[in-house]
Design a protein around this ligand. Structure first.
Ligand code: ARG
Length: 290
């Protein structure tokens, strides 16, 4: 029986005031298929409200007009309840200006800010790839985050980091095929990872909820748990039974406009309260499946 996650009650979100598809950096994006601004704002607000209704807290940051992907706030930086933050160093240049505003926000909110690199120098790190789960910080690498960032995270904070290599063009961040639900359960989509990563994943997650192709590509893995509520962009009857069986209240939201940029509920919400205390190890340690 799992215990509630120790994080996921406080989030940073970016209001979609300049949300557009100006460039294509993942298979979901097409400049021919633009989000409807009014509908996007309505959907964004339904997510903000659902988090508040579940007893969570939401901080709101205004969107830069030169950063159309900034609405996917999960990638701004990895932040802890103890006031540490690792700023993202985005793989793709068009997203790098987001970090300027994110850095200001983290420092203005008393986070001790670190970075793995900047302006393309140093390893890329995108925080949509990183979750505390079990005895480690689980980090997806390959499409966005680079393996070199793992060492950086481990030594900077003296924590255990477990890397999973992502090998799927539609699953470019770990928050698409991996979603912690409680201390032992997580939704997982193994085909996103290489063979060693898949084996490692089943070692990390005691009670995996394996997503079907259809569930994974409906963004079901891009959900978030806030207290006893799970907020999902899509939920099959099968998943609903599983979540209800775990004692969770299921809230399903239509986030169609955000799917046009290749992100959903989780991508739109950056947790600010990860806890590193249970994953501390002197000097830090990186575990890569062989
Ligand atoms: N268009 C964005 C990108 O490709 C989508 C980011 C989705 N966010 C996430 N945390 N998976 O960078």
């Amino acid at each position: 029986m799992g215990q509630p996650l120790g994080w996921g009650r406080r989030y940073l979100m970016v209001r979609p005031d300049h949300f557009r598809i100006d460039y294509v950096i993942n298979p979901y994006m097409s400049t021919q298929d633009q989000p409807d601004p009014e509908l996007a704002l309505k959907q964004w607000d339904s997510l903000r409200q659902a988090i508040v209704d579940a007893g969570g807290e939401v901080e709101v940051l205004a969107q830069r007009d030169d950063s159309p992907d900034m609405v996917y706030a999960m990638n701004l930086g990895f932040a802890t309840a103890q006031g540490k933050a690792m700023l993202s160093h985005m793989r793709f240049e068009p997203r790098r200006k987001e970090s300027l505003t994110a850095a200001e926000w983290f420092m203005g909110h008393d986070f001790e800010l670190k970075r793995t690199g900047a302006d393309g120098i140093g390893p890329h790190f995108e925080s949509g790839d990183a979750f505390v789960f079990g005895d480690s910080l689980v980090v997806g690498y390959g499409p966005r985050t680079e393996a070199g960032a793992l060492k950086h995270l481990a030594t900077e904070w003296g924590i255990r980091v477990r890397g999973l290599r992502i090998q799927h063009e539609g699953m470019y961040h770990l928050d698409l095929p991996f979603c912690p639900v409680d201390s032992t359960h997580a939704m997982v989509y193994p085909p996103a990872l290489d063979a060693a990563g898949q084996a490692e994943l089943f070692g990390i997650v005691p009670d995996p909820i394996v997503l079907t192709d259809e569930e994974a590509f409906a963004f079901s893995g891009n959900s978030l748990v806030v207290n006893e509520t799970i907020i999902m962009p899509a939920c099959s009857p099968r998943l609903r039974d599983i979540m209800t069986g775990l004692g969770l209240r299921v809230v399903v939201l239509d986030l169609s406009e955000f799917h046009k940029g290749g992100g959903s509920a989780r991508c739109m919400t950056n947790p600010l309260d990860f806890d590193l205390s249970a994953i501390a190890v002197p000097g830090g340690e990186v575990v890569l499946p062989s």
